[in-house]
Design a protein around this ligand. Structure first.
Ligand code: 4AD
Ligand code: MG
Length: 437
């Protein structure tokens, strides 16, 4: 008999099939037993009717508990009232294992309890749907970049140089006792491979020892970082809006069922298309001043200060689509950003803020390509030639204008899924106070 998965049941209506999975829910009423069956691809209802199965199978069914693993064989029937829309009239039941009393039940559990049981919580329909959407987002990013000529060149995780600098570095000791860091960004290394291959990207885990306990911060997160030789700031923004649009459309097309499972209202996602609105940092500061009302939980900022999460939230609420905030002051951005030739006080860089209050999902910029200017920035930021000399070399041997950006996968998943915290966007989140399970 054919082993099929729940998502393929529509193709097997009326046939006998085999399904392998777990009991999500079980109830019995004398002559009939109902199993809500799940296998990771979806759920369906499996029905054991006393007259359809040998007595020992019916008796065996009564032992089933939540999360017991089972193999069932039976006929596929369409039934709009059944969870998942399909029902299996069970003929045979193999019990693989009877599960112990399962700690996660239908009753409401607190977040900490669920996080402590994350290894089991990932089985719930909602978490399964989110992880399937995450997979779609990752694959859509790869496909978009590959179709546009970007080559995957992985950056190292163990670093001798810091990319984003500052207090969020994870330090460790290398095999030869040298000081090493876990990667905060693969950017510096993709700048090198971009000079070899033209258009490249790295897609990997990133580590930031952030002391912030917000709904947007993880200690370990995944970032995709495209980098392209000869790309200007303008080319960079265009690439970002095309990529984000591609990803959103693909999720809407291919993961409609999962979006429905998690109850996502997709009205605004459907509006995502280029061009995205753009405002400058200076305009954003003015906008915040005008929007501020006495009693608000946030204070406006002065020119030269960085936005906090509440500022980003307020800004994104002014737009239906993702919005670029560009041309930040030099002094609040990373050392490698190219100054605006029209106003060297600001950089040719932008953050992309996702709507509905989500805030920054992308940070990117044109990079400094002039060796003299880069050397000055090294001095201002206390970066020594011994460590950063290799990065400086990129400006000595055929330097060209180039640009790139980093998109945070978890923040993008949170936005597309409409989640209120990034902890549900990754199988095993690493948060300020959480390293287990
Ligand atoms: O803005 P960031 O720090 O930019 C960089 O690291 C650049 N080197 C990228 C580049 O140009 N190649 O980080 C980029 C994105 C943010 O917009 C955000 O989506 C995500 O990474 N991010 C985080 N996501 C979750 N938790 C954190 N602690 C994050 N920090 C950054
Ligand atoms: Mg940033």
């Amino acid at each position: 008999m054919k082993w099929v998965t729940v998502d393929r049941l529509p193709q097997h209506e009326g046939e006998m099939v085999e399904l392998r999975g777990w009991v999500q829910n079980y109830r019995s009423s004398g002559k009939i037993q109902f199993i809500i069956f799940r296998d990771g691809t979806g759920v369906c209802q499996a029905v054991l009717f006393v007259k359809d199965v040998p007595p020992e199978v019916f008796e065996a069914g009564k032992r089933l508990t939540q999360e017991s693993s089972i193999i069932i064989r039976g006929t596929v029937r369409k039934d709009d009232r059944a969870p998942g829309g399909y029902e299996i009239g069970v003929k045979e039941l193999d019990i693989v294992q009877i599960a112990d009393e399962y700690p996660i039940t239908k009753k409401e559990h607190g977040t900490e309890f669920l996080m402590d049981h994350r290894h089991l919580w990932v089985r719930s329909s909602r978490q399964v749907a989110i992880l399937r959407i995450r997979n779609e987002i990752t694959m859509a990013i790869h496909q978009f970049l590959q179709e546009n000529g970007f080559i995957l060149t992985e950056s190292p995780i163990l670093m001798g140089t810091a990319a984003e600098g500052g207090a969020t570095l994870f330090e460790t000791t290398y095999v030869n006792d040298e000081q090493a860091f876990l990667s905060q960004s693969g950017q510096l290394h993709v700048e090198a491979t971009a000079m070899a291959l033209g258009r490249v990207y790295t897609f990997g885990p990133t580590f930031r020892a952030e002391k912030s306990k917000t709904r947007r911060h993880l200690i370990e997160f995944w970032m995709v970082e495209p980098e392209a030789a000869y790309f200007t700031h303008e080319d960079n923004l265009k690439l970002q809006e095309e990529m984000v649009t591609y990803v959103v459309r693909r999720v809407l097309e291919r993961r409609a069922a999962e979006l429905k499972t998690i109850g996502r209202d997709t009205t605004l996602l459907e509006k995502v298309e280029p061009p995205f609105p753009r405002i400058t940092y200076t305009e954003a500061v003015e906008m915040l001043k005008k929007l501020h009302k006495p009693g608000d939980e946030w204070e406006p900022i002065e020119w030269g200060e960085d936005f906090g999460a509440p500022h980003e939230t307020v800004l994104t609420q002014q737009f239906d689509k993702p919005v670029f905030v560009e041309k930040f002051p030099v002094k609040i951005k990373a050392f490698y950003m190219q100054p605006d030739p029209e106003n060297p006080e600001v950089v040719l860089g932008a953050d992309l803020l996702a709507p509905e209050g989500y805030g920054e999902i992308i940070g990117g910029s044109e990079r400094i390509h002039d060796p003299e200017l880069l050397k000055r920035r090294f001095e201002e930021h206390g970066l020594d030639m011994e460590t950063y000399g290799w990065y400086y070399d990129l400006r000595r041997f055929g330097s060209v204008p180039h640009s790139g950006f980093g998109l945070g996968v978890e923040r993008t998943v949170a936005w597309i899924c409409g989640l209120d915290h990034v902890r549900e966007t990754i199988p095993f989140p690493r948060l300020l106070n959480r390293l287990h399970p």
